[in-house]
Design a protein around this ligand. Structure first.
Ligand code: ATP
Ligand code: MG
Length: 425
C-alpha cells in the first residue's frame, strides 16, 4: 500500500521549514514591539462554539468544518479559525478583569477547513492572528491594521493593497438588512440554494457569495455605506484618520463584507497586487467584533483582530521574488579513519557541540574521500581529520575550508581554536 498526505495538506520539508521559521521570527518580533502576547489554545473545541461565533450561515459552519464525535459522545470540531477559541479563553480565564485593557493576544497554529484544494487554499493551513479585546477606541483598529501591514513589510513585501470598510453597528446593519431582503426577495430564484437560506438569516452574506458574484443584482444592491448612522460614520472617520497619521495607505471599498457573522464597524483585507500571484489575492482579513464576547456569555468587551495564513504570505514572498536568509551551514565536519579514530572523533564531536558549534560526522562507515565530499556538500567551515597516527599522538588534523590551511593541533585545544577562528573570521 502506498500512503500519501491527505488531500489539501502538505509536508513541509527542511528547505521550506527554514523559510517558515524566518517568517515566524518576524511575526514574534513585530508582536513583541506592539506588546501582543502569545496565546495557545487547543486544536479542537466544542462544535457549538464555532456555530455560535462564526455563524450558522457561513461557508465555514455550513460546509467546511471537520466535526467528529469523541468516545464520550461529545461533538468536537477541529478549529477552522482562531478568534472563537481566543474569545472563549478570554471569558473562561476572566481576562476582562486584567488591569491593562485591551488584552492584546496573538496566536499561530494550524486551522482546518474542508475546502476545494487549489493554490493558496489548503485543508490544513497555519494562521497567524491577533486579537485586541476590551477597547472600543478607533486607535486600536489602526494599530491592529498597522501590525498586519508591518509583518508583510518586514517580510519584504511591497506590492500590497489595504482595503477597508465600515459595517456599521447593529442598528445600521438591521436597517440595511431590511433593505437587502426587499432588494433580493423578488429575484431570489436566480440565486444559489445557499443564498436562498441566507436571505432571511443574513442577506449580507449574499454579497459575499462565490457562486453568484457576477449576478448584477449584487452590484445594484443597497450599499451599507448609505445606512451608516452618525456614530458609525464618526468611528470610521476616526479610524481613517489614525491610518493616515501612521502613513498607512488604504482604499475604501463599500462592498467589502467579511465572511464571518460577528463583524461590525471596521472590516479590512490586505491583498497582494503582485503579478505573479495567483487568482486568490487576499492575504489577510480582519475586523471589529463588538458583540462577540457577550454573545458567548462574557461581559461587554469589544474586540478587533485579523488572521493571515503563513502559506499565502510565503506565496506572496515567492511572487515578489523576496530572497530568504541563507540557512547556516556546518561549523565542523569530523572525518575519521578506522575504529579507534571513530571513537576519538565521536568524543571531539561531543565537545564541539557542547560548545555550541554545529558539528557532524559520518555514521555509515564511508571511506575518507566520501566523507570529505560530505563535508563539501554540507559547506562545513572546518574539517577535522583523525586517523590512527593522530589518535596515538592525541592530536587532530584541522583544516580551514575557506583558506585551505591545515594544521596539526592537540585534541584538547581544537575546540577553542575553532571558536577563536570563527570569532575572527
Ligand atoms: P477566502 O475568501 O479566501 O476563503 P476567508 O474569508 O475564508 O478567505 P478568513 O476566514 O478571513 O478567510 O481567513 C483569513 C486568512 O486566512 C485569509 O485571508 C487567508 O490568508 C487565510 N486562509 C483562509 N482559508 C485558507 C485556506 N484554506 N488555506 C490557506 N489560507 C487560508
Ligand atoms: Mg474561505
Amino acid at each position: 500500500m502506498n500512503f500519501k498526505v491527505p488531500r489539501g495538506t502538505q509536508d513541509i520539508l527542511p528547505a521550506e521549514t527554514w523559510k517558515w521559521q524566518q517568517v515566524e521570527q518576524i511575526i514574534r518580533e513585530v508582536c513583541d514591539v506592539y506588546r501582543y502576547k502569545e496565546i495557545r489554545t487547543p486544536i479542537f473545541e466544542q462544535t457549538e462554539l464555532f456555530q455560535r461565533t462564526v455563524g450558522d450561515t457561513t461557508d465555514i459552519v455550513q460546509k467546511e468544518m471537520y466535526t467528529f464525535t469523541d468516545r464520550g459522545d461529545r461533538s468536537l470540531t477541529l478549529r477552522p479559525e482562531g478568534t472563537a477559541s481566543v474569545v472563549r479563553s478570554f471569558i473562561e480565564n476572566k481576562m476582562f478583569g486584567y488591569p491593562d485593557q485591551p488584552v492584546k493576544l496573538y496566536y499561530s497554529g494550524p486551522m482546518f477547513r474542508y475546502e476545494r484544494q487549489q493554490a493558496g487554499r489548503y485543508r490544513q493551513f497555519v494562521q497567524f492572528g491577533v486579537e485586541a479585546i476590551g477597547s472600543n477606541d478607533p486607535a486600536i483598529d489602526a494599530e491592529v491594521i498597522g501590525l498586519a501591514m508591518d509583518v508583510y513589510k518586514r517580510a519584504g513585501l511591497s506590492k500590497l493593497k489595504l482595503v477597508i470598510n465600515s459595517l456599521g453597528d447593529t442598528a445600521c446593519r438591521s436597517a440595511h438588512k431590511t433593505a437587502l431582503i426587499e432588494h433580493f426577495t423578488p429575484h431570489i430564484d436566480e440565486f444559489c440554494s445557499d443564498c436562498k437560506t441566507r436571505l432571511d438569516k443574513n442577506p449580507l452574506r449574499i454579497l459575499d457569495c462565490k457562486v453568484d458574484s457576477n449576478n448584477p443584482l449584487i452590484a445594484s444592491a443597497p450599499s451599507l455605506s448609505n445606512y451608516l448612522n452618525e456614530e458609525s460614520v464618526a468611528y470610521f472617520e476616526a479610524v481613517k484618520g489614525y491610518l493616515e497619521d501612521a502613513g498607512i495607505e488604504f482604499e475604501v471599498d463599500a462592498n467589502l463584507v467579511r465572511g464571518l457573522d460577528y463583524y461590525n464597524h471596521t472590516a479590512f483585507e490586505i491583498m497582494s497586487t503582485s503579478e505573479g500571484f495567483g487568482a486568490i489575492t487576499t492575504l489577510c482579513g480582519g475586523g471589529r467584533y463588538n458583540g462577540l464576547v457577550e454573545e458567548i456569555g462574557g461581559p461587554t468587551a469589544p474586540g478587533i483582530g485579523f488572521a493571515m495564513s503563513i502559506e499565502r504570505l510565503l506565496l506572496a514572498m515567492e511572487a515578489e521574488g523576496v530572497s530568504f536568509e541563507v540557512a547556516p551551514t556546518l561549523d565542523v565536519y569530523v572525518v575519521t579513519l578506522g575504529e579507534r579514530a571513530k571513537r576519538a572523533g565521536a568524543k571531539v564531536l561531543s565537545a564541539l557541540r557542547t560548545n555550541g558549534l554545529r558539528a557532524d560526522m559520518d555514521y555509515t562507515d564511508r571511506r575518507m574521500k566520501a566523507q570529505m565530499k560530505s563535508a563539501d556538500r554540507l559547506e562545513a567551515n572546518h574539517v577535522i581529520v583523525i586517523g590512527d597516527e593522530e589518535v596515538d599522538e592525541d592530536v587532530v588534523m584541522l583544516r580551514n575550508m575557506a583558506t585551505r590551511q591545515q594544521e596539526k593541533i592537540s585534541t584538547a585545544e581544537v575546540v577553542q581554536k575553532i571558536l577563536q577562528a570563527d570569532k575572527e573570521g
